[in-house]
Design a binder for this molecule. Structure first.
Ligand SMILES: Nc1ncnc2c1ncn2[C@@H]1O[C@H](COP(=O)(O)OP(=O)(O)O)[C@@H](O)[C@H]1O
Ligand SMILES: [Mg+2]
Length: 447
């Protein structure tokens, strides 16, 4: 017979091995750094101007960053910081190279599905990198204690207070204080009961952490991250206890409230990498998101599991919509939760595989224009990049055949371009003033 103590012993053994494995695959000295980009990449793939125009501009203006010549050839290689300076300074035919940026806050996309291995972290990483190369300032939030995204972005030494768990516990304390001191009648006409949070939680001091304490730089200069770590896995368990301590706490809106406090102009795009489960963390991700991106492999099982994912998500969102009308914080977050858009995205797609093509067609029949037109192709280089995902953008094309790299990059670029095309009108809508017609509808609802 085996009990929890046996499991603990096994875990203790495994933990010892874990640190050894970690050292083998990712020693702290070999920090993950970002490579330079060649003038070919910078001109044609990043800035979208032809190489001779680029060379001409460079020759004409000695104040532009010149990059570095590497021993193997005539190409110049630029850091991302240099690329961003070029992006600001160059104006081919008088046109700006800066990406469009509607006024207002950053646009938030959750990459969610509850199947592990669906490609969530890979999609999150590639969209983040593609967006950064496109000139956007990116913030990622890793909601998954498996921390694939955090590790892949070079963050391996993370303490759990600085994860989504910390944000949730901090929110519990603050929301409870706000409810306790709210005048009677503020929310639903009656005063909420006084709640107290035990010192075991308040003593952690999370309520004193500032917004910026949760946000860390990554190996990309224009990407920041709210990381996760294995220890944050207990947030699911802890959150159940927190809800018990304060049933009026709108637990699902904690991260949304946190993000609402960020300055509008510090980031452009925010990506959430979700855990493979519907739980407290993924509900926070979904609730804070403007748009849902649902990656799925191109097989029957993946189709089944994606189908049940949207079913369960729908039920969970319906439960939230009708349970929190009276809560103080719910007044600030409109219920039921509405998304600007939802998209399904096939990943690990092989165009030569008949089953994959049939599944693409089936997904298309069912989801119509909610299926992204550009599936992400299966890429050996990405598959074999190891425990810490390396995006195709991080990989140096000199390490493989140029055509292999080009093909993979084209696939991820296609998915990113489509993503951007979808989000831009919604992003503009976020900050657009409420139209006259909508205003009348709103007033109509009140009456
Ligand atoms: N387009 C792709 N081509 C090749 N391998 C992929 C691709 N997308 C994902 N993978 C691989 O599949 C595995 C699971 O992907 P991951 O993004 O971690 O899934 P999830 O986050 O949904 O659990 C990883 O080992 C990853 O390298
Ligand atoms: Mg993942």
């Amino acid at each position: 017979m085996l009990t929890h103590t046996d499991l603990r012993d096994l875990q203790a053994k495994s933990l010892k091995m874990q640190s050894w494995i970690r050292q083998q695959t990712f020693s702290p000295e070999s920090e993950k750094t970002l490579r330079r980009f060649s003038s070919w990449e910078v001109a044609e793939l990043i800035l979208g101007i032809n190489q001779s125009t680029f060379r001409g501009k460079m020759a004409a203006d000695p104040t532009l960053p010149a990059g570095k010549v590497e021993p193997d050839g005539r190409q110049r290689w630029f850091t991302l910081e240099e690329v961003n300076i070029l992006r600001r300074k160059l104006r081919p035919r008088g046109k700006t190279l800066l990406p469009s940026r509607p006024a207002g806050r950053a646009f938030r996309t959750a990459i969610a599905n509850f199947k592990g291995g669906a490609g969530k972290s890979t999609v999150a990483l590639h969209l983040a990198h593609a967006a950064a190369l496109d000139g956007y300032r990116v913030l990622c939030v890793d909601f998954d204690p498996q921390a694939t995204l955090s590790h892949s972005m070079g963050l391996t030494d993370v303490s759990e207070e600085h994860t989504v768990w910390g944000i949730m516990a901090r929110d519990l304390i603050r929301e409870t204080e706000a409810q306790n001191s709210a005048p009677a009648g503020a929310a639903s006409g009656t005063a909420l009961p006084q709640r107290s949070i035990p010192s075991s939680i308040t003593d952690l001091g999370l309520q004193d952490l500032r917004i910026g304490d949760f946000i860390q730089p990554t190996n990309w200069p224009t990407i920041d991250l709210i990381p996760s770590c294995a220890n944050a896995a207990f947030v699911e368990f802890a959150s159940a206890q927190y809800r018990h301590l304060n049933p009026e706490w709108s637990f699902f809106a904690a991260v949304n409230r946190f993000l609402d406090q960020l300055p509008d102009d510090q980031w452009d795009l925010i990506f959430f990498d979700c855990p493979p489960a519907i739980g407290y963390q993924s509900m926070n991700a979904v609730f804070a998101a403007d748009m849902l991106y649902i990656p799925s492999g191109p097989g029957y099982w993946e189709y089944d599991s994606t189908t049940s994912f949207i079913g369960q998500l729908s039920e969970a969102l319906e439960d939230l919509a009708y349970g929190f009308e009276g809560a103080l914080s719910a007044d600030k977050v409109p219920l039921p939760k509405a998304f600007c858009d939802v998209r399904f995205l096939l990943t690990r797609y092989e165009p030569g595989n008949e089953l994959h093509r049939a599944m693409f067609e089936a997904f298309g029949k069912v989801f119509g224009d909610k299926l992204a037109r550009h599936p992400i192709e299966m890429t050996r280089a990405v598959e074999q990049s190891g425990r810490f995902l390396n995006s195709i953008y991080e990989m140096d094309y000199r390490d493989m055949t140029r055509e292999t790299w080009r093909r993979a990059r084209r696939s991820f670029d296609g998915a990113y371009d489509e993503f951007k095309e979808i989000l831009l009108p919604h992003w503009e809508g976020l900050s657009a003033p409420v139209s006259h017609k909508e205003q009348i509808e709103l007033e109509g609802e009140d009456a």
